[in-house]
Design a protein around this ligand. Structure first.
Ligand code: C2O
Ligand code: CU
Ligand code: CU
Length: 419
């Protein structure tokens, strides 16, 4: 690593992991048998990445949330074939945040992610580094990748037997690639970088004792102001950073993180030093908020259908068709509607590559206080229209889609181009 450059080699490979007693599970991962070690970007650096595919099929490496040109973004247009090595490089100039990287070959993203092709990416910057927040990686700064899986009796992945075109779920929570994990708490305050890396499942998180916690960041940045919760909903592909204060516990105590009624992580409390630090009232006041470009069109995005009939604006994905053309650095309103308002309608997590957005309103009303930072994925409820202000700092062809991965693979995805 020199002053201005960061180098990484990312190898997608097969492996085996002892997830449960009995046979090992055959898995896929990045430089690791399953998932991968967190990748760190620093704002202002030039990132060089070597991509190597040691899998038996083609894959892509999508930098979800990284605001980088289409050639590096890793969508369907940039396959890496088995045995192939490719190089990409790009500048990282975006605020500190938790992003991620995952496979994105169309239409087998869902199955590749299920096999294990997802990993956390953390952007660091000088502004965040000055705040009194936990940031000792692995000690008080911990990624929590939330996924669910189904297994065959011989402990192998079972993606198919309960296949659902509206998204595949499994009965077993897999957190950071571990079943039934525990974490040793050795500091009073711990920051968790939560990523919903599941194919379909949203998580309703809460701790035992209704322990209060504080959200400090969303997908693409710190929140302007921290928000306290006892219960938090996170949807597919979203990230939320929270700080938990374990101050009222003593060594030997156990705290449990649940999603609905299912315990997903156990925390074992150890001795820790008293920590009186306060989360600042204002976490950031430097987030960009550009003016909408005069005469820019208001884009209408309508997500509709269920099962195999899912569409956006009445169309299914076609890699050779550009659905929307915009201009470099344009700032536009995108009104995203979930037209499925019938009983039992589904929530669609709407995601865009290669751009940045802010949530402006939900059915004309103010957005939630924990979505006031920069975002790249937004939950759209049945019958809801969410207005986004979107800007386009990068050149290329990019996807926008529902992040229920089976919906994406099923064609609930279009493309825009910034020429
Ligand atoms: Cu996280 Cu198009 O993807
Ligand atoms: Cu993405
Ligand atoms: Cu969907």
């Amino acid at each position: 690593e020199t002053d201005t450059d960061i180098y990484y080699t990312v190898v997608s490979r097969t492996g085996e992991v002892q997830l449960m007693p009995g046979r090992k599970t055959k898995t896929w991962g990045y430089n690791a048998p399953l998932l991968g070690k967190t990748i760190i970007f620093k704002r202002g650096k030039h990132i060089h990445i070597t991509l190597k595919n040691e899998l038996p099929e083609l894959t892509t490496y999508h930098w979800h949330g990284s605001v980088i040109p289409g050639v590096a973004d890793g969508g369907c247009h940039t396959p890496v074939y088995p045995g192939e090595t490719k190089h990409i490089d790009f500048d990282i100039d975006q605020p500190a945040a938790t992003l991620w990287m995952h496979a994105h070959p169309c239409p087998s993203t869902a199955e590749q992610v299920w096999h294990g092709l997802a990993t956390a990416v953390v952007v660091k910057d000088e502004e965040e580094a000055k705040l009194p927040l936990p940031r000792n990686y692995g000690v008080d700064d911990i990624p929590l990748i939330l996924q669910d899986r189904r297994f065959h009796e011989d402990n192998q992945w079972d993606y198919q037997s309960d296949y659902d075109p509206d998204g595949v779920m499994g009965p077993t929570a897999m957190i950071n690639g571990t079943i039934n994990p525990y974490f040793d708490v050795t500091t009073q305050k711990v920051r968790f970088r939560i990523l919903d890396g599941a194919n379909r499942r949203e998580w309703r998180l809460h701790f035992s004792d209704d322990l209060k916690f504080t959200q400090i960041a969303g997908d693409g940045s710190l929140l302007p102001h921290p928000v306290d919760f006892t219960k938090l909903l996170i949807g597919c592909a979203e990230r939320m950073e929270i700080v938990v204060d374990f101050g009222k516990y003593k060594p030997g105590d156990e705290v449990v993180l649940y999603s609905d009624d299912t315990p997903i992580v156990h925390f074992r409390i150890h001795e820790f030093a008293k920590d009186d630090s306060q989360i600042p009232e204002t976490l950031t006041d430097t987030l960009p908020d550009p003016e909408v470009t005069p005469d820019a069109p208001i884009r209408k995005i309508v997500m509709s259908g269920m099962d195999e009939s899912v569409e956006i604006n009445g169309k299914k994905f076609d890699m050779s068709r550009i659905d929307t053309k915009t201009k470099l650095n344009n700032v536009e309103y995108w009104d995203v509607t979930n037209s499925n308002d019938m009983e039992g309608g589904m929530l669609h997590p709407y995601h865009m590559h290669g751009c940045v957005f802010k949530v402006i309103s939900r059915n004309g009303k103010a957005p939630y206080p924990n979505e006031l930072g920069l975002k790249d994925t937004v939950e759209v409820q049945p019958g809801e229209t969410v207005r986004l202000k979107v800007w386009f700092p990068c050149v290329g062809v990019f996807m926008y889609h529902c992040h229920i991965i089976e919906h994406e693979d099923g064609g609930m995805m279009l493309q825009y181009e910034v020429p």
